[in-house]
Ligand binder design. Structure first.
Ligand code: NAD
Length: 491
């Protein structure tokens, strides 16, 4: 299979790669060079209609297969990704701007792992049965689940194939067929997945992928009468639009949204480990992970030491060509996104932030001189209420804020509209448990960051989302349970 042709992304409908019905395309850019990489279809309602009807046609046969047989097909997709790891990783780094070392070790292996995990998880899913004895009645309640139908799966650009497969894998395992839409900013690896699907003989119509913008393509999926469930990962304001579009027809929605996550370093923390954790949490993937710790809250006794150590760590960072193995930080995903991050940096300056380092454009020598690079920024001296500390920036920008005691740390951690994740650094187990339970977030890491077990729940509270993914939660979202109440003959 040849996977080195990245320039013409096509839709994948009914088992075939096809252009948009209108023939219209959108340009796709390589973030590290700013140059046009190729095109993707500018899909509209007509393309979504085609994809939904193909998914509807395949629903009966796919939904009736045993979990083992569905799992067999999904594992073939996973194997196709693994066998082409280098091609997928290179494509992801070219399309997204992330370092190749990250694509190779995180994004692409995790995409295959998502498919393998849910292929297996569906085999272990059990259903409930309750024996119910009432006066004069002896009943057996059995809950059976069926696939919810055609699932709409809409994903963002920051972890393109990783998050696209995180949505489609449980839907496939649950017996749904799919109309998926990757981000228009990073469409390439989903197209490579379509090529793998064709190559391994994945059943046509079960997985359909339509490319295009949110307003034209995404909204047509959300509004489609034959799509009863929408699993969405992306920004909070997009999530709100999707929720209001889906609500009148009572569609199921699963919304994984933005974050403004705290890294909390207590006075009893192992400082070296905490700084390394805070550094990774702030700047991994150019700070473009929903779980990034962009607010570093530090006990006042340690704040100068933490600031110095972080500055040193940042100075060691190699920022440059994502395709170089030694690169630690690549390009931001697009010119528009770099502009947005730069506007946030300007706000931080106007709010009186002291830039300890970074926040400048970088122009690496050679092929990347026109790419969308920024040096990692560390800012101190902003009040907690500053916009910089309250709004998601989604770039390589972190703030340092001191606190005096546990109570204040919790107040600062929770006093934002988001509640996705937190990482807490302390060597005191009692304190770790006490504080973790009080932090308003779907995930709290203690003395670590971004470690995931796919069986555990994942999601956000407040403006960070609605519902949970992970393990059986993901499978249940794509299923509709029915309770059957059987009466034993009690003569
Ligand atoms: P985005 O909301 O702009 O886009 C996400 C997806 O939604 C894209 O495919 C886009 O085309 C589509 N979309 C946009 N408008 C739409 C509409 N009206 N109807 C239907 N679909 C629409 O987000 P983004 O900029 O791609 O991603 C960054 C955001 O995603 C950040 O806020 C980040 O925190 C969040 N995110 C959250 C998680 C999580 O698990 N909670 C994970 C990754 C990213």
């Amino acid at each position: 299979m040849k996977l080195d042709h990245l320039s013409e992304v096509l839709n994948y409908i009914g088992g075939e790669r096809v252009p948009a019905v209108s023939g219209k395309t959108i340009d796709n850019h390589e973030p590290a060079t700013g140059k046009t990489l190729g095109t993707l279809p500018a899909s509209e309602a007509a393309d979504v209609d085609k994809a939904v009807s193909s998914a509807k046609q395949a629903l009966g046969s796919w939904g009736e297969l045993s979990p083992e047989v569905r799992g067999f097909h999904m594992e073939k997709l996973a194997q196709g990704i693994e066998e082409n790891l280098d091609a997928f990783a290179r494509a992801e780094s070219i399309d997204n701007g992330k370092p190749i070392a990250v694509s190779k070790s995180l994004d692409i292996p995790r995409a295959a792992a998502n498919l393998r995990f849910f292929a297996g998880a569906a085999r272990f899913q059990h259903e409930d049965a309750f024996r119910t004895r009432l006066p004069g009645d002896d009943l057996m309640n059995v809950t059976v689940s069926r696939p919810v139908g055609v699932a709409g799966c809409i994903s963002p650009w920051n972890l393109p194939l990783y998050l696209f497969t995180w949505k489609i894998a449980p839907a496939l395992a649950a017996g749904c067929t799919i109309v998926g839409k990757p981000s228009e900013v990073t469409p390439v690896t989903a197209d490579l997945l379509a090529k793998v699907a064709i190559d391994v003989g994945f059943p046509p119509g079960v997985l359909n992928i339509v490319h295009g913008t949110g307003p034209d393509t995404g909204s047509a999926i959300v509004g489609h009468a034959d799509v009863p469930a929408i699993s969405f990962t992306g920004g909070t304001s997009t999530g709100a639009m999707i929720a209001s579009q889906a609500a009148p027809s009572f569609k199921k929605t699963l919304l994984e949204l933005g974050g403004k996550n705290p890294t909390i370093i207590m006075d009893d923390a192992n400082v070296e480990a905490a700084v390394e954790g805070a550094f990774r949490a702030a700047y991994s993937n150019q700070g473009q992970i929903c779980l990034c710790g962009s607010r570093i809250l530090v006990h006042e006794s340690l704040i100068d030491e933490v600031a110095d150590r972080l500055k040193k760590r940042i100075s060691e960072m190699v920022v440059g060509d994502p395709l170089e193995e030694s690169t630690m930080m690549g390009a931001l995903v697009s010119g528009a996104h770099r502009d947005k991050v730069e506007a946030c940096l300007q706000t931080a300056r106007e709010e009186g932030g002291e830039f300890l380092t970074g926040g400048e454009r970088i122009s690496p020598e050679g092929r990347c001189s026109e790419g969308y690079f920024l040096s990692p920024a560390l800012i101190r001296g902003l009040p907690h209420s500053a916009q910089t500390n309250q709004q998601e920036i989604f770039g390589p920008v972190a703030t340092l804020t001191p606190f005096a005691n546990e109570e204040e740390a919790l107040h600062l951690a929770n006093d934002v509209r988001y509640g996705l994740s937190a990482s807490l650094w302390t060597t005191n187990v009692d304190r770790a448990l006490r504080m973790s339970e009080k932090i308003e977030a779907g995930t709290v890491w203690v003395n670590t960051w971004m470690k995931r077990d796919l069986r555990t729940v994942f999601g956000g509270v407040k403006d960070s989302g609605l519902g949970r993914e992970g393990g059986s939660e993901s499978l249940r979202f794509f299923q509709e349970p029915t309770n059957i109440c059987l009466r034993f003959d009690s003569r």
